[in-house]
Design a protein around this ligand. Structure first.
Ligand SMILES: Cc1cc2nc3c(=O)[nH]c(=O)nc-3n(C[C@H](O)[C@H](O)[C@H](O)COP(=O)(O)OP(=O)(O)OC[C@H]3O[C@@H](n4cnc5c(N)ncnc54)[C@H](O)[C@@H]3O)c2cc1C
Length: 497
């Protein structure tokens, strides 16, 4: 049985690729992996599902925005060339692959809230007003969600609390409105390359194994799965340290009208720290007194727009999301801890005396894993001094927010100015048709500790989508596009770059 390896499709062709599928028992019916005919049978089992201009892998904040941006830009380019208005050129030219049955990434699969942060607040000059730094499609999404009753914008930072189910609905609506072909319940399992150009990706779903061809690919899997499969060099991590994973959940039966919750549920930067300090202090005290309480973070109680319910971020453990066994162990441990912490809250805080776990997130949240080694790597130093790049395509306003992999500590460095992200952090030097966006772009650990938040991921997703479309229109590799034109288009769309 084969193990999943880098560039397995490149090195071993179909047999290697299909070894992957056999290893995961993926939808191959009664095929016997040991028989002589297997390779031929498996080759036939791969169905060509579609040929696109752009395939986006991963439907989180970076991915759904990238897919919309690419589809709209391709339609604009098509309309310009044909001399017709946008609306008359609908064509399915973009595909979005997502392994869950819904979009949203960590917001909906990890119950991570709020969406941080769309605005920058200069605390010394004007602590009550924020300057919007992430605009365009991401902000359009927030405004539409608000109109549906699914978002509450916490000014001045423009942290956005949201209703998890309406978030799923609106992402899907906007993606489909843009004319994107959606492949839900589909896991990316490999790719085929010619040189360093990706020709097609392979997905696995209930249809079996399928392939999708495209001219450009955007990796928005959070873990950089596609880039890794294609052999793109990743950032070193000599200490092997990663920010911890946390398994978030929704507690219902909570007194959300109490002073404790009213103070702790909002993260606008005006009410002190976003952590719930009284609960944190009590838990630390119990621990110091000898209670058997595991490491925890925060805690953070997040508004889900429903009276009596809060999304809770409290559990934490060191975990590697790119190692299935390691992540499985971590998630099982954290699931136990969800109930342990719920008992503690019930016992020690009257505001939680009737609470119960009404749902756990589909999976534990991941703060840090693979990141590509791009043409440019954004460092923490550049980020903190708000280095401006000629190819700046997005911004970041969240503090550098580093959670310790062990214990309950967290280091936060507030930014004095909103930071910039260069286009060169979204591309690797030698991969002519691959872009990445979101958490797996090229940054060091400190810059990631800010850029990983969802508004910033949406910002890089928007830029990657437009860049992919423009590189196709110009017939140029992603390394050679006209970045002035990219920045101009992003500004026209409302991006604050
Ligand atoms: C506990 C925790 C708390 C956080 N708190 C906040 C916060 O308060 N505010 C904030 O803004 N951010 C917060 N973050 C960070 C933020 O949620 C993530 O960094 C962000 O969602 C990353 O976006 P992304 O689009 O890059 O990846 P993701 O959100 O991880 O989305 C990736 C998508 O790709 C899909 N995918 C992955 N691999 C495959 C595959 N092989 N095939 C098919 N699909 C695949 C996934 O299912 C997912 O939908 C927090 C994160 C954690 C873990």
């Amino acid at each position: 049985m084969k193990t999943i390896g880098r560039r397995v499709f490149l090195k071993e062709g179909f047999a290697g690729a299909l070894g992957l599928a056999v290893a995961s028992g993926a939808g191959l019916g009664s095929l016997n992996a040991c028989s002589q005919e297997t390779e031929q049978q498996l080759k036939k089992a791969v169905k060509a599902a579609g040929s696109y201009d752009v395939v986006v892998a991963g439907g989180g904040p970076a991915g759904f925005v990238a897919a919309i941006a690419a589809a709209r830009q391709l339609n604009r380019e098509g309309a310009r060339q044909a001399g017709t208005p946008d609306a008359q050129t609908p064509r399915k030219r973009v595909a979005l692959i997502e392994r869950y049955g819904f979009l949203g990434g960590m917001a909906t699969m990890g119950y991570v809230a709020p969406l941080s942060v769309f605005a920058f607040v200069d605390k010394e000059k004007d602590p009550l007003h924020g300057e919007l730094v992430i605009g365009g499609i991401p902000w359009e999404f927030v405004q539409r969600l608000e109109q549906m009753g699914g978002a509450f914008i916490e000014w001045p930072k423009a942290n956005v609390d949201f209703d998890i189910e309406l978030y799923k609905l609106l992402t899907q609506r906007m993606v489909l409105e843009a004319g994107v072909d959606l492949y839900l319940h589909s896991s990316l399992i490999g790719c085929e390359l010619a040189g360093n150009a990706i020709e097609k990706v392979f997905i696995e779903n209930k249809n079996g194994l399928e392939s999708l061809e495209a001219k450009r690919f955007i990796d928005t899997t959070g873990d950089g799965d596609l880039a890794w499969m294609a052999g793109v060099p990743m950032q070193d991590n000599p200490e092997g340290d990663l920010q911890p994973s946390s398994f978030c959940f929704v507690l219902s039966g909570v007194d959300t009208q109490s002073d404790l919750l009213k103070n702790c549920m909002y993260h606008n930067g005006l009410n002190g720290p976003s952590q719930c300090v009284p609960v944190r202090e009590k838990l630390l005290q119990l621990k110091a007194d000898g209670a058997d309480i595991p490491d925890f973070g925060g805690p953070w109680f997040n508004n889900v727009l429903h009276e009596g319910s809060v999304a809770v971020n409290i559990t934490r453990t060191a975990a590697d999301s790119t190692d299935n066994r390691n992540f499985t162990d971590a998630e099982c441990r954290l699931r136990e801890e969800i109930f342990l912490f719920t008992d503690l809250l019930r016992k020690h805080f009257p505001e939680f005396k009737d609470c119960y776990v009404s749902s756990t997130a589909p999976q534990a949240g991941i703060r840090e894993s693979r990141r590509i080694r791009g043409v440019h790597t954004v460092t923490g130093e550049e980020y903190v001094r708000a280095e401006y790049y000629p190819d700046s395509i997005s911004r970041g306003a969240h503090p550098i927010d580093m959670h310790a992999s062990k214990g309950s500590a967290q280091v936060r460095i507030t930014l004095k100015q909103p930071a910039y992200v260069p286009y060169r952090a979204l591309i690797a030097p030698d991969y002519p048709n691959l872009l990445v966006a979101g958490r797996c772009i090229s940054t060091d650990r400190r810059a990631l500790a800010s850029l990983r938040v969802q508004a910033s991921c949406m910002g890089t997703g928007q830029a990657a989508g437009v860049a992919a479309a423009q590189s196709i229109a110009a017939g140029k590799n992603v390394q050679d596009i006209d970045t002035d034109a990219l920045v101009r288009t992003l500004r026209e769309m409302g991006a604050k770059v």
